[in-house]
Design a protein around this ligand. Structure first.
Ligand code: HEM
Length: 404
């Protein structure tokens, strides 16, 4: 298949989010919640022609419908990009039924709650070491010096990926999510670099097996048949891109939020770590600041929120927008530390619901507890800039704070 390799021309800033939305527009990162709320006041689904025709539903009802409908919506395209973008499989996230189930079953056991719970002490001491590195300084960057490191540690412990390659993983993630949707050359470069890196790792595990997930993947079989090598490489590429900046963004958003709400910090540090308030608070971070927006390729004509959509077009799946729908949440616009009914969809819905949610929840909870207890008086440093990643995984990449 021939791919267009030229870069999409520079696009003008969005002025009409209902008819011309763009998830790589500079306004998206810091303003996405306002954007979704504004669109929802006009209609349940926005559209754009910037990546071919692509839709953006913003209600819980529409997002739920698309997530559960694998007959009209395929996961072969999981982000809105140029229609001629090079894509390569990273199952289970890029697979449809019936193949999806076997791939998912392979990855699930490592992420079961019992296995993940054993990581609590290790994650906690990793967070404490990061805090100790900050020492008695008066200022810090809570994203650069803290949140970005925790998920890399978690995923490397769980899979056997080398933590010393953390900078490489973050570079791939940045190029893949921030630059590649508009630039096929970058997408191809990242796919090739990641592919040969993972290929080497898996070949090494075949030669030198160890007791880790990479060895399991290198030898993976489904129903007694060996899995295609290219798909095994895809599993690991997926674990790298799904397991790092997602939770990094959730932790960073939580720290950015609490840096501006000292009253909520005081309530949290006053209770024990196993108090329900910590649970409801981190679920509310996940609802309010849900980082992950997915997408689908439309494979058969149908209707969403009363609008006809056609085969070949793209459908954004903004779970974070559904989390702000007032039809689904009481006082959706309020961040409530003790929100009791919170059926948020930060981890998705339906057959592709997040495999790593137990790990993500533990990392988020531990990271918040350790930071807030270490720096109960920290606050946002308004004199420096908070920067946000836009697109598929939205979250702060710099959170400048005053610590005392
Ligand atoms: C706060 C952190 C996280 C959030 C918000 C999140 C969100 C999501 C969402 C929304 C999906 C659904 C995809 C779809 O419908 O197309 C998903 C799937 C997935 N996530 Fe996560 N995720 C997080 C952390 C993680 C972690 C730590 C891992 C571990 C590697 C992980 C691995 C996966 C995998 C493998 C899938 C694909 C599942 C499937 O297709 O059956 N995620 N995630």
């Amino acid at each position: 298949m021939a791919y267009g390799v030229e870069q999409q021309p520079d696009l003008p800033p969005v002025t009409d989010w209902v008819n011309d939305w763009d998830w790589l527009d500079d306004q998206w990162g810091s303003n996405a919640i306002d954007i979704w709320n504004e669109v929802r006041e006009h209609c349940p689904m926005a559209s754009t022609e910037r990546y071919g025709r692509a839709y953006m539903p913003v209600t819980m009802e529409a997002v739920t419908q698309v997530s559960h409908d694998t007959e009209h919506f395929s996961s072969v395209w999981v982000n809105v990009s140029r229609p001629d973008a090079p894509r390569s499989p990273a199952p289970p996230i890029t697979s449809d039924p019936p193949d999806h189930h076997g791939h998912r079953r392979l990855l699930l056991p490592a992420f079961n709650p019992k296995n993940i719970a054993t990581m609590d002490d290790d994650l906690r001491s990793f967070c404490r070491d990061l805090i100790a590195d900050i020492g008695d300084r008066d200022t810090a960057d809570a994203a650069e010096q803290y949140s970005q490191h925790i998920p890399v540690h978690g995923i490397c412990r769980l899979t056997g990926l080398p933590e010393s390659d953390a900078d490489l993983f973050r570079d791939w993630i940045h190029r893949n999510f921030q630059l590649a949707p508009r630039d096929n050359r970058i997408r191809l470069e990242v796919m090739t670099e990641m592919g040969s890196y993972v290929d080497r790792l898996l070949q090494d595990r075949l030669a030198n097996p160890s007791d880790d997930m990479l060895t399991m993947i290198a030898n993976a079989e489904i129903d007694g048949e060996p899995v295609d090598w290219n798909l095994k490489v895809g599993y690991v590429r997926l674990l790298i891109v799904a397991g790092i900046d997602t939770t990094w963004s959730a932790i960073g958003s939580g720290l950015w939020h609490f840096a501006q709400h000292p009253d909520q910090v005081a309530r949290l540090v006053a209770v024990d770590n196993d108090d329900m308030l910590w649970q409801t608070a981190s679920e509310e971070v996940l609802r309010y600041y849900a980082p992950v927006t997915m997408a689908r390729k439309i494979i058969a004509d149908t209707e969403v929120a009363g609008c006809p959509v056609r085969s070949g077009e793209q459908m954004l799946l903004p779970f974070p927008a559904a989390n702000h729908d007032p039809a689904a949440f009481e006082n959706a616009e309020e961040f409530q530390l003790d929100r009791a009914r919170n059926r948020h969809v930060a981890f998705g819905l339906g057959i592709h619901r997040c495999v790593g949610s137990n790990l993500a929840r533990l990392e988020l909870l531990v990271a918040l507890q350790e930071w807030l207890r270490a720096f109960p008086d920290y606050r946002l440093d308004e004199s420096r800039v908070t920067t946000w990643a836009n697109g598929q995984v939205r979250g702060p990449r710099n959170v400048p704070v005053l610590l005392r």
